[in-house]
Design a protein. Structure first.
Lengths: 161, 457
């Protein structure tokens, strides 16, 4: 049992894509589709240096949200929708190999990653990656994906401290 | 950029839902999915209202509305990746939320392939390295393991272009005059390091001229190694690597010339100069539309005749003739690989043949050159100018068919052309190897039979 409600954990464990929203220096919200990984405490997302503007934005403003909305990319027995708000940090201390610490989580969800990794020489900059660590603060759950209804709201800030 | 009518019109077909993103009272982004329909004529997107008082998107303020689609392909990855991000203000209208977007950003891999999309982001990656370096107070650069880096920087797999003519020259000499294994090995090593030096120099000069930077459609066969561009190796390191390769190659060449005959030197000097001035100023042969001829001469007659001379200590007509089909096919590798590079080559002043000629002329040129290659093999072999078993090389001709098909179908699609580029390299390799096999058959027949029949000699 992790820090998030079980229904959201099931979504996170299955999701091949989630939408990460960051705040740019002008206050504009910018959303990026990314694969989310979860270890029961933090949500991890990795970003290639090629698409590193979001990393700059997170360093300047750690407030982010992650939404799980697409039934095509989240194959679960009972589909719900969820949004997780939280504070993110960027680990770019070793862009070449540091991100490989989340590889076991990634491999579990997307085994084909090993085949892509084998072609690292063909896409060297794509595999230079930072890890975004999202500490959940609040979560919203829309059962059965019904966003026309009010969501369940989970305050998590205390739980994760 | 303001969203176009076409973009808004396409939303309904391409996406199943929208995600509205806005800031909550504490400054955190908050996202909620909803149904939508675009009214392109009015330039708005209607969004079904969402439930719950605390997650109501603000009216009259900037929000982000995102449309995202991906199709998971189990065991393979994904396809149909696309997203559209709109920014604008919301109003309430007839019980719905209505977005009037004033800005958009989008990507669809069917319009811009992922490799090109990534390539266009390289400057951002380099900027990020600069920032991380400034933050940490130490230089941070992208990395590759030494083995992979050497392979990538030198474009090692392209050595088949050297092995084929050198082995052909050695095989002809072995048939005519005999064979010295260590001289053969030294010739192969010398030719290979010169070739690697040429590849590395090519990258140095293409980066200096801006040709590699202008190319956002590199493939595994074209667009250079990009190790300088990606920050994997410095310009200085690549220059030193090229000089080191050339120094070793020239050293081997001088030794072989001293040991087997100084007539070899002129051939070596010609090969080395062609290699350097392929991209280097002042000649910049490839910029003048002479790249294909330079490559044909360097990786055809010069390599084959040189290898023959080292073994036989004389020049002869047979290796020269046998090398011509190989020379044409190596030039065709360059020729086809230049097709996707046309825009960047033109922008950097490289007037290659595909830059100069129309699509139809380029394709007809390829077809004609392939026909000429195999016609020459047939004529030379049937007339006894090269050994008759070399006719076996005609078996490779069908490999050209998928290349022609791909040129006709995918001329303007760099990534769709990639398999054809690979097939075109196979055409050179297989034809060359079969020519060598032809000579091996003749050598074996000569050794085994007192009076070999005409078709085996």
């Amino acid at each position: 049992m992790g820090v998030l409600p079980e229904q959201i954990e099931l979504l996170l464990d299955a999701a091949l894509v989630a939408e990460l929203t960051v705040v740019d220096p002008s206050g504009r919200l910018v959303t990026h589709p990314l694969i989310p990984l979860y270890d029961g405490e933090l949500v991890y997302l990795t970003s290639s240096v090629l698409f590193s503007r979001k990393l700059e934005h997170i360093k300047a403003n750690p407030k982010v949200s992650l939404s799980l909305t697409d039934p095509e990319a989240i194959k679960v027995e009972r589909f719900h929708r969820a949004t997780i708000q939280g504070d993110a940090t960027v680990d770019d201390s070793d862009l070449h190999a540091g991100w490989e610490r989340v590889l076991p989580l990634w491999r579990k969800k997307e085994p084909v990653i090993d085949a892509f990794l084998g072609k690292r020489v063909a896409l060297p900059l794509f595999f230079e990656r930072a890890v975004i660590e999202l500490r959940p603060r609040r979560a919203f759950l829309w059962e059965d994906g019904r966003t026309d209804r009010a969501p369940q709201v989970f305050e998590l800030a205390e739980a994760v401290r | 950029m303001k969203p176009t009518t076409e973009l808004l019109e396409s939303l309904g077909e391409r996406f199943a839902h929208a995600v509205v993103v806005f800031s909550d009272d504490e400054g955190y982004p908050l996202s909620v999915a909803t149904d939508f329909r675009a009214d392109a004529a009015r330039g708005v997107v209607a969004l079904r209202a969402v439930g719950g008082d605390e997650i109501q998107p603000p009216l009259g303020e900037q929000v982000n509305v995102v449309f995202s689609h991906i199709r998971p392909q189990p065991g393979i990855g994904y396809d149909e990746r696309r997203y559209v991000s709109l920014w604008g203000t919301l109003e309430r209208r007839d019980g719905e939320l209505e977005l009037t977007p004033d800005r958009e950003q989008h990507w669809d891999e069917e319009e811009v392939p992922f490799f090109e999309y990534s390539e266009r982001q390289v400057p951002q990656a380099l900027r990020y390295y600069e920032q991380v370096s400034a933050e940490t107070g130490r230089e941070v650069r992208p990395k590759l393991s030494r083995g992979w880096l050497f392979l990538r920087a030198t474009r090692l797999p392209f050595l088949s272009a050297t092995f084929v003519p050198v082995l052909l020259g050695i095989a002809i000499a072995a048939y005519v005059n005999g064979f010295n294994w260590w001289l053969a090995l030294l010739t192969l090593v010398g030719g290979a390091v010169i070739h690697l030096g040429i590849n590395v120099f090519n990258d140095v000069f293409d980066t200096r001229s801006g040709a590699d930077q202008a190319n956002v459609n590199p493939t595994q066969f074209s667009g250079g190694s990009r190790v300088i561009l990606y920050g994997l190796l410095s310009m200085r390191a690549m220059t030193l690597l090229a000089v080191a390769c050339y120094a070793i190659g020239i050293g081997i060449g001088i030794f072989l010339a001293a040991y087997r005959g100084w007539d070899l030197l002129w051939l070596g000097v010609a090969g080395a100069l062609i290699g350097i001035f392929y991209t280097a100023p002042p000649l910049k042969l490839v910029h003048r539309g002479l790249g294909e001829i330079a490559v044909a001469v360097g990786f055809g007659p010069i390599m084959a005749l040189g290898a023959y001379y080292v073994q036989a200590q004389e020049y002869a007509l047979e290796p020269l003739l046998a090398s011509i089909p190989v020379a044409i096919l190596i030039a065709l590798i360059l020729y086809v690989n230049e097709v996707p590079d046309r825009p960047s080559d033109a922008a950097s002043g490289k007037r290659t043949l595909p830059v100069r000629f129309s699509r139809e002329t380029v394709i007809r040129g390829y077809e004609g050159a392939v026909v000429l290659t195999f016609a020459l093999i047939a004529v030379f072999a049937l007339s006894g100018l090269i050994v008759r078993p070399a006719l076996i090389a005609l078996l490779a001709a069908p490999l050209a068919l998928p290349v022609v098909r791909a040129l006709r179908d995918s001329y303007d699609q760099p990534y769709a052309l990639m398999p054809a580029m690979g097939k075109n390299i196979q055409l050179h390799l297989v034809t060359g190897l079969l020519l060598i096999v032809g000579y091996v058959i003749a050598i074996v027949a000569d050794a085994a039979l007192d009076d070999p029949p005409v078709f085996l000699s």
